[in-house]
Design a protein around this ligand. Sequence first.
Ligand code: SF4
Length: 253
Amino acid sequence: MIGALLARLSQGYRTLKYPEETPPLSGRYRGLPLLDGTRCPAECAVCTGLCPVGAITRREDKTRLDLGTCLFCGQCAAACPEHSLTFSQEHRMAVRQRDDLVFDGAGPFPHATALEPGLRRFLGRSLRLREVSAGGCNACEADTNVLSTISYDLARFGIQFVASPRHADGLLVTGPVTRNMESALMKTYEAVPEPKVVIAVGACAISGGMFSGHDEVGRGVGELLPVDLFVPGCPPHPLTILDGLLRLIGRVR
Ligand code: SF4
C-alpha cells in the first residue's frame, strides 16, 4: 500500500492541462495543411495525380484540398515542386459543416462552433455518446479510446462513452459505414432519444475513406444521418477529437 502511494506521489498529476496548454506534438505529426494555390503553375498536376483518394482538385486555376477525404499521407507535400502545400502542427480541424472541409487555403479556417443554445441547455453539463464502429480499421477507435485514459480524462469535461444508445445523447461514428454495418448503425441511431447529435470521426466516417464508392462501402455517415460535427484525419489525433467535442459543447471557442 505504501509502495503504491509513493509511486503515485512520485508520478504526480498525469492529466494533460488541455485546453489551457497544448502538449508538444511529434515532429512527424501532420496537422492542418497550409495551402498557397497562388504558387501553383497553371499546368501543374503533380499533387492531383499522386493523391490516392482524389482529395486535391484543380479547377479554374484554384487548388482545393478536401480534408474530409485526405489521409494525411503527405505524398502531395513531399512532391510539390513549388512547395505550395505543407502540413502544419495545427491539430484543431473539426468543423460543423461538411463543405467547410474543402478549402483553398485562403482565409481563416472555419473551426467548429457550439451546438445551438437550446440543445446545449437541454444537455446541461454532460454529453453521453455511444460509439459505433461502422466498419473501420480501428485506428480512429484507438484514438477515441485514448480520450478516456488518465492523460486526457475526457470525463472531467462531462463527456463520457456509454454502452447503451438509450443512455446516450448522440453517436460518435467511425468507419465508412460498410453495408454490413448499415442496419446496426441505423438501429443504434433510432434507439438514441431525441434530441441527439451525430459526430463523424475520421476520413472514412466523413467521406467513405480509401474504398469510398465500392459496392460494399458507403460514402460516410452523412449519406445516412444528419452529422453535427466532422473530425478529419486518418486517424485524427486524440487532441483533434477532443478539441472538436469541446467546441461542440461550447467549452472551447
Ligand atoms: S496528404 Fe491527403 S491530399 Fe495529400 S496526397 Fe495524401 S491523401 Fe492526398
